[in-house]
Structure formats: C-alpha cells, structure tokens
Design a protein around this ligand. Structure first.
Ligand code: NAP
Length: 283
C-alpha cells in the first residue's frame, strides 16, 4: 500500500502536474517528481490519472482547461496525444511518440525524453560518453526507437538493432540514418555498448539466472551493458554482464533522467538528481 505523506499541504497556488496512462497505478513518476518538488521547496505536486484508451485528446484538453503545470504520458497514449498538441520537438516528431508535455509561451509542446534520458544517465551516472561508440540495441519497440534516435543525435558511430521481429528492427534502425542498421546476434560481441530495450528479464527474481535477451557468451569484458528493465534493478542480463567482466548499468538512471528533463522544463529548475535516484530505488 502507498505511504501517505501527512505533511503535504497543497495550497491555493499549488501547481499540479500529472501522468496519464492505463494502467498507471504502477507508475513511479509521481514518487520521483514529488520527492524532487519537496527537496527543492517547490509548491508543486504530481498525481497519476487512469485514462483509458481513446481518452488522450480529452486529457490534453484538460491540461489546457485546468492549466496543469505539465503532463507525462505513458501507454497507450504516446501517439494518440499528438493531434491535440501545438508542436513537437524533433525527437518526438521523428519517433511519432510523446512521453512528456510542457508549456512554451502558452502553447503545448510534446517531447520524447526516454532516449535523451538514457544518454544523460550514461554521461552523468556512469561517465560514459556514447560519441564515437559502437552500440547494439536489443529490441525495436517504443523505448528502443527512442534510444536509437538519441544515440545517433549524441554522436554514436554505429547503432545496430537486433530484434526478434526483423520488420520492426528495420523501422527502428532507419531512425539512426546512416549510422543505423539491422544486425544479428553475432554483432553483439563487437559492440562497445549493449542496451537491452526488450522487456525480457522484467519480473525475474533479482540478480538470479533467468531469461536473457541475448546469449551470455555474446557479452565480453570491457563492454558496457545497459538494461532498460528496472524491475528487478539487477536483472539476469546485468548479473551475466558482471560475471563476464562487463560494466553493468541498470535502468533506474534512465528512469530518473527522463523524468528530470520533464521537471526542468515544467519548473525552470534542474531537480536534485540524488533525491530522485533515492525515490526511484525505494520504489
Ligand atoms: P514494447 O514497445 O512493447 O517493445 C518490446 C520489445 O521487446 C519488442 O522489440 C519485442 O520484440 C521485444 N520482446 C518482448 N518479448 C520478447 C522475447 N520474449 N524475446 C525477444 N524479444 C522480446 O516495450 P517498450 O515500451 O519499448 O519497453 C521495453 C522495456 O523497456 C520494458 O521492460 C520497459 O519497462 C523498459 N523501459 C524502461 C525505461 C526506463 O526509464 N528505464 C523507459 C522505457 C521503457 P518484437 O518486436 O519481436 O515483438
């Protein structure tokens, strides 16, 4: 059961932000955002609204009517909110998907912060710059596509997409332009950075042996192995990476940074990342 904060006192001037999705009860966004608002002494609060499929445009109309401070968007609304917005960032435009909405001069702008969140997390939390690195992305869903786009924007020399369904791999690789291509399992061992953007490993017992998104012998010493899956935090892939001498990077950093980008746009202040990390790991 969620912990109730008896010290939270919303006032007549509290700015409200929200996350919409279905299901949305499991979302960690309110916990991360509210921890950051409290730490910064900001009179802001974030709540989650369960919005069923088909309700995206109505939810954006509510943002305008209630002048909400910002909106995060999760499944199944990431594409459906787009017609209701005034403009999109280049990443959101390229991906056809929005996970965050903010006000700019009285207009609503749609962003896609997932991939940028991963790039920032690697830079700030793990001191890894993706520029000129060879990357393999496992998976070709929404998170994978955002990651491919962001890696190329950040200067990765090559982004190879390896996915169970080849047609989807081609769509994701195309987002990488000249640096993107579809690859096979054999490509993984060559990569400097391997990123799991499939859902394989989600819900596995923490740190235990379990299903892997690629063969364990395609990982090697010196590689950076990132798992976007963050439940559990130490996935079977990260355990396998550590066992062979690769550097494991968990998905909490991306979760924190993609949210921090939204909070900064909404409030004009860079949130305290350490506070958000603690809130994310406590969830
Ligand atoms: P999605 O759109 O549903 O895509 C899922 C991907 O996983 C597809 O490429 C799918 O392959 C692949 N896949 C699923 N089951 C598989 C299996 N058994 N074997 C091989 N491939 C399999 O999901 P998403 O939104 O991209 O999210 C993917 C993961 O990233 C989720 O676990 C999500 O929680 C995580 N995520 C984390 C963050 C973060 O901040 N850390 C942010 C976003 C997402 P096919 O194309 O062949 O179906």
């Amino acid at each position: 059961m969620a912990e109730i904060d008896h010290q939270w006192n919303p006032s007549g001037s509290t700015r409200l932000a929200a996350v919409i999705g279905s299901p949305v009860r499991h979302s960690r966004s309110p916990a991360l955002a509210n921890a950051a608002f409290r730490a910064a002494g900001l009179d802001w609060a974030m709540v989650a609204f369960e919005v069923p499929d088909g309700g995206a445009e109505g939810a954006v109309a509510a943002v305008r009517a209630l002048h909400l401070g910002g909106l995060m968007v999760t499944m199944p609304h990431k594409a459906a909110v787009i017609p209701a917005l005034d403009s999109l960032t280049p990443a959101a435009q390229a991906l056809g998907a929005v996970n965050s909405i903010s006000w700019v001069g009285g207009t609503l702008v749609g962003h896609n912060t997932d991939g940028e969140g991963l790039v920032r997390s690697l830079r700030h939390d793990s001191e890894v710059d993706v520029a000129r690195r060879r990357c393999v992305v496992l998976g070709a869903g929404g998170a994978a596509r955002s990651v491919v786009h962001a890696l190329v924007v950040a200067g990765a020399s090559e982004v190879v997409v390896v996915n169970r369904t080849p047609d989807k791999a081609a769509v994701a690789a195309a987002l990488g332009g000249a640096a993107g291509r579809v690859g096979q399992v054999d490509d993984i061992v060559q990569a400097d950075i391997v990123i799991n953007a499939t859902s394989v490993g989600m819900g596995a017992p923490a740190g235990a042996s379990g299903p892997l998104p690629c063969p364990a012998d395609s990982l090697r010493r010196g590689q950076i192995v990132v798992d976007l899956v963050y439940q559990p935090i130490v996935t079977p892939l990260l355990a396998a990476a550590a066992a062979c001498g690769a550097q494991p990077v968990d998905g909490i950093g991306m979760l924190v940074h993609q949210a921090a980008i939204s909070l900064e746009r909404w409030t004009g202040e860079l949130p305290e990342l350490a506070v958000m990390h603690r809130a994310a790991r406590a969830g």
